[in-house]
Design a protein around this ligand. Structure first.
Ligand SMILES: Cc1cc2nc3c(=O)[nH]c(=O)nc-3n(C[C@H](O)[C@H](O)[C@H](O)COP(=O)(O)O)c2cc1C
Length: 410
């Protein structure tokens, strides 16, 4: 087998697949790398026609399932390792998200190695990603216990077709040198030109009544609605198979959502203009995500004196002996000297401050940013200035939406 001409095979002849050959391939594939040499995978081999027929609907009745000589369901498996630990006075802690990721990585490496070996032996294979669409049904049919999760299915048999090799993106489209290079529109045009010009892809666009090939993917093949509903199924199967328990989920969220504000938060200074007035927003960030926001008019009288060159700093929370809270902004000037602007909250109108508290509360619990912006925009407020505040907060937050470049400072 030459990797340069390898291809997925979806049609198989009636030639039987020898048990001995299959077992050799299954055994040899275990030479692949594996975490801690634990082999965090299991394989369910389906040979009987009856079981293939029962599996088929969970793969959207793709014909390869029933037509193949064998269907191989590769599972992420921490069950066996956990049982081993329990039998050896060792206390396993593998019913969690990281363990699932590690076991899934092991399982996929095993699956790929198996594919390489089987193709080398002249067999044809098709990888079925549909395994992740109905994992709960597959787990039930194959009687997978807790801590076993199906991640990939392979159909296998002797080839009965010779498809042409499919296209691939050029090297520069996916290899980045030292650091990641963003994709400009020009580069996208360059990298996708060949794919988009292929007659079969142009036909795809036409048949589906779309304008671009990308729309065939977003609107027909892998839609948001499908992805979101299957994500929900995936999550509930992770719960059912014991990789995520409600207490584990709760503790994960508690670790991700920082309920008690750290004393010091990194901060972006965002300047903007609204109706010819100069405004400033101090956006406190926790792990790079907006956590709180202070916004108001830039006003020399009240004393927000931040040099134009300063775009980053820290927001520091002080709690006085009487329990009163104060938030200071600290930045370094060009010479490296630290300057602190005390009492950010008191420098802005109390009305802004109260609304800012509300918005910060929502941010802190990680309401998705686009919903926060929609919420802010939908506030019905009285007066020009508070409406300028509202526009400013929405604008300041918009720059943190994925794919949104930072707005030019006014
Ligand atoms: C994660 C993943 C999911 C896939 N799911 C399916 C599938 O459900 N049905 C199918 O016919 N092919 C499936 N494939 C195979 C791809 O369609 C195929 O690899 C791709 O079109 C490139 O073609 P080639 O393998 O012949 O080069 C899948 C491949 C991967 C890696």
């Amino acid at each position: 087998m030459n990797i340069r001409t390898r291809k997925t095979i979806r049609k198989y002849s009636s030639r039987p697949l020898d048990d001995e050959l299959l077992d050799t391939l299954l055994q040899d594939a275990a030479r692949t790398q594996t975490m801690g040499n634990l082999q965090l995978y299991s394989v369910v081999v389906t040979r009987s026609q009856e079981m293939k027929e029962r599996l088929a609907p969970y793969h959207f009745n793709q014909p390869m399932v029933c037509q193949s000589q064998a269907v191989i369901t590769v599972c992420a498996d921490f069950r066996r390792t956990t049982d081993w630990c329990n039998c050896r006075q060792a206390s396993p802690g593998y019913d969690n998200m990281l363990s699932f990721m590690n076991a899934a990585t092991d399982a996929l490496l095993y699956a790929q190695t198996f594919c390489n070996l089987a193709e080398e032996a002249g067999l044809g294979l098709c990888f079925l990603g549909t395994t992740l669409y109905m994992p709960q049904e597959i787990a039930r049919l194959l009687q997978l216990p807790q801590l076993v999760f199906p991640v990939a299915t392979l159909t296998i048999g002797w080839p009965d077709e010779e498809p042409l090799p499919t296209d691939r993106l050029p090297l520069e489209a996916f290899v980045h040198r030292e650091t990641y290079s963003p994709y400009s529109e020009e580069r996208i045009d360059q990298f996708y030109a060949e794919k988009e010009q292929l007659p079969e892809n142009q036909r795809f666009v036409e048949v589906n009544g779309k304008q671009t090939l990308a729309q065939v993917y977003t609107d027909c093949r892998y839609t948001r609605a499908d992805n979101e509903s299957m994500s929900a199924k995936l999550l509930s199967t992770l719960l059912a198979q014991g990789f995520l328990s409600p207490p584990h989920l709760q503790s994960l969220f508690q670790q991700v959502i920082k309920e008690s504000r750290p004393e010091v938060l990194e901060c972006d200074v965002v300047r903007f203009q609204n109706n010819r007035e100069k405004w400033v927003a101090f956006v406190g960030l926790y792990e790079g995500v907006p956590y709180e926001i202070f916004t108001g008019l830039m006003d020399d009288e009240v004393g927000i004196m931040v040099p134009k060159s300063v775009s980053k700093g820290y927001i520091i929370k002080h709690i006085g002996e009487d329990g009163s809270k104060r938030y200071d902004f600290q930045f370094q000037n060009k010479r490296g000297y630290k300057t602190t602007v005390e009492g950010l909250s008191s420098k802005f109108k109390p009305e802004y401050w109260n609304y800012a508290k509300l918005v910060s509360g929502v941010l802190r619990y990680r309401m998705p940013l686009q919903h926060v912006i929609r919420l802010v925009n939908s506030l019905e407020l009285d007066g020009d200035q508070i409406n300028s505040w509202k526009t400013g907060v929405a604008r300041a937050l918009k720059r943190y939406l994925p794919g949104n470049p930072a707005e030019e400072d006014a």
